[in-house]
Design a protein around this ligand. Structure first.
Ligand code: ZN
Length: 340
C-alpha cells in the first residue's frame, strides 16, 4: 500500500504508467481537450502496489502546456514543476508519517481533508487546471469523507478532485454516487504474459508467477524478484514438519517471518487456499471423489481463509503479527489433523 504520500514529504516522484492504463489516460486527455472533464473522479485501481507514479503521470498529462501531445512533454514549465513536485495547483493528500509515534497513520485525517477543501477554493496560480488527489481514498475517515461531500457536489471551476483507491467497495456510497467512477483492471492473460516477457521473464516462469500473483503482472514480477516459487517450496517443507510435530508453531512463524511480512501473509494465505482446494477435491479436478468429511473440512478451511484474510491481509490492525500467524496456523493444523 502507498504510504507517506503527502506531497510536502515527497521529494520527487517518477511519473510512470503501465500499458493497460493507457486507454484510461487517452480517454482522460480527450475529455480534458474537449473541456468535458468531470469535476470529481473516483478511480479504482487493481492490486495493492503503490500507484503514486501513475497519479503523477496522469496529472502531468493533464497539466502539460503542450496540450496536443498524447504524453506529457516533460519540458514545459508545468511538466518541470510537476517533476520537481513544486506545481502550486496540484495537491496530493495521503497517509502521513507520524513523527511522534514513528509510524504511518492508519487514516487520512479530517484536518488534511479540510486543508484540501480550502485549497480547492483558493484562486489558482496558473491559467490551467487545478488537481487535488486523495490516495488511498478508502483511508479517509468517515468525518473526512463527510466533509468532502459538499465540495464534490458543488464543484469549483477548473478543479479536478481525483479520488484514487484500490478498494472502491470501502468508499462510502455518498462519495461514490457523487463521483464519476472509472475502473482500471488487470490486463488479459495474454497481454500480461507478453508484458512479463518484455520485462525479461522467461516464458516458462511467467505463467507460473502470474498465477501465483492472481493475475497481477506487477506483483508477478515482484514475486519473481524474490524467488517466490522457491520460498513456497521452503514454506511447504516447514509446514510439513510442523504438521508432523517436528517444529512448533512459534518456531514455524519465526522461520517465516525472517522473510518479509507481506510475503509471509501471502504464503500463509496461499497454503490455506491450497488446502481448501485439496479438501474440496478441486486440486485434482475430481469433485466426485470429495467425501462428506472433506466437504466439511473444505468449508472450515474456507471460513478460516476468510477470517485469516481479514486478520492478516488488513495491514492496519493492531494485533501482534506473530500471534495472529500462530493463531491461523494452529487452526489450519487442527482442521488438517482432524480430517486425515
Ligand atoms: Zn509539458
Amino acid at each position: 500500500m502507498p504510504v507517506n504520500t503527502k506531497n510536502d514529504s515527497v521529494v520527487s516522484v517518477k511519473p510512470v504508467f503501465l500499458p493497460w492504463q493507457k486507454p484510461f489516460l487517452e480517454q482522460l486527455k480527450s475529455l480534458h481537450q474537449r473541456k468535458r472533464l468531470p469535476h470529481a473522479i473516483l478511480l479504482s485501481l487493481p492490486g495493492e502496489e503503490d500507484n503514486t507514479g501513475f497519479i503523477w503521470y496522469l496529472s502531468m498529462l493533464l497539466l502539460c502546456r503542450h496540450d496536443e501531445n498524447s504524453r506529457p512533454c516533460g519540458e514545459c514549465s508545468s511538466c518541470q514543476l510537476m517533476l520537481a513536485n513544486t506545481y502550486p495547483d496540484f495537491k496530493l493528500v495521503g497517509l502521513e508519517y507520524d513523527e511522534k509515534n514513528k509510524k504511518v497513520n492508519k487514516n487520512i485525517k479530517i484536518e488534511q481533508i479540510r486543508e484540501l477543501i480550502h485549497e480547492v477554493h483558493l484562486t489558482r496560480n496558473y491559467d490551467n487546471l487545478k488537481i487535488v488527489v486523495i490516495y488511498p481514498a478508502e483511508k479517509m475517515s468517515i468525518a473526512g469523507a463527510n466533509s468532502l461531500l459538499k465540495t464534490i457536489e458543488e464543484p469549483a471551476a477548473h478543479v479536478l478532485v481525483l479520488l484514487v483507491t484500490h478498494h472502491s467497495g470501502r468508499i462510502p456510497v455518498t462519495i461514490r454516487s457523487r463521483c464519476q467512477q472509472w475502473d482500471i483492471n488487470f490486463p488479459a492473460q495474454v497481454e500480461a504474459l507478453d508484458w512479463l516477457q518484455k520485462q525479461g521473464m522467461q516464458s516458462d516462469e511467467s505463467g507460473r508467477y502470474l498465477e501465483l500473483a492472481e493475475g497481477d503482472p506487477v506483483l508477478a514480477l515482484q514475486l519473481q524478484e524474490i524467488n517466490f516459487v522457491d520460498q513456497v517450496g521452503q514454506f511447504k517443507q516447514l509446514f510439513a514438519q510442523y504438521l508432523q510435530n517436528q517444529i512448533d508453531v512459534t518456531n514455524l512463524v519465526q522461520l517465516l517471518k525472517s522473510t518479509d511480512i507481506a510475503l509471509t501473509r501471502r504464503l500463509v494465505s496461499m497454503v490455506i487456499k491450497a488446502y481448501c482446494f485439496q479438501f474440496s477435491g478441486l486440486l485434482d479436478g475430481v469433485n466426485a471423489n470429495t467425501t462428506p468429511g472433506n466437504k466439511v473440512a473444505a468449508q472450515a478451511m474456507t471460513g478460516l481463509l476468510t477470517q485469516a484474510e481479514r486478520q492478516l491481509m488488513i495491514e492496519d490492525n493492531n494485533l501482534d503479527l506473530q500471534l495472529q500467524l500462530e493463531d491461523v496456523l494452529i487452526s489450519v493444523k487442527q482442521i488438517i489433523i482432524s480430517n486425515r
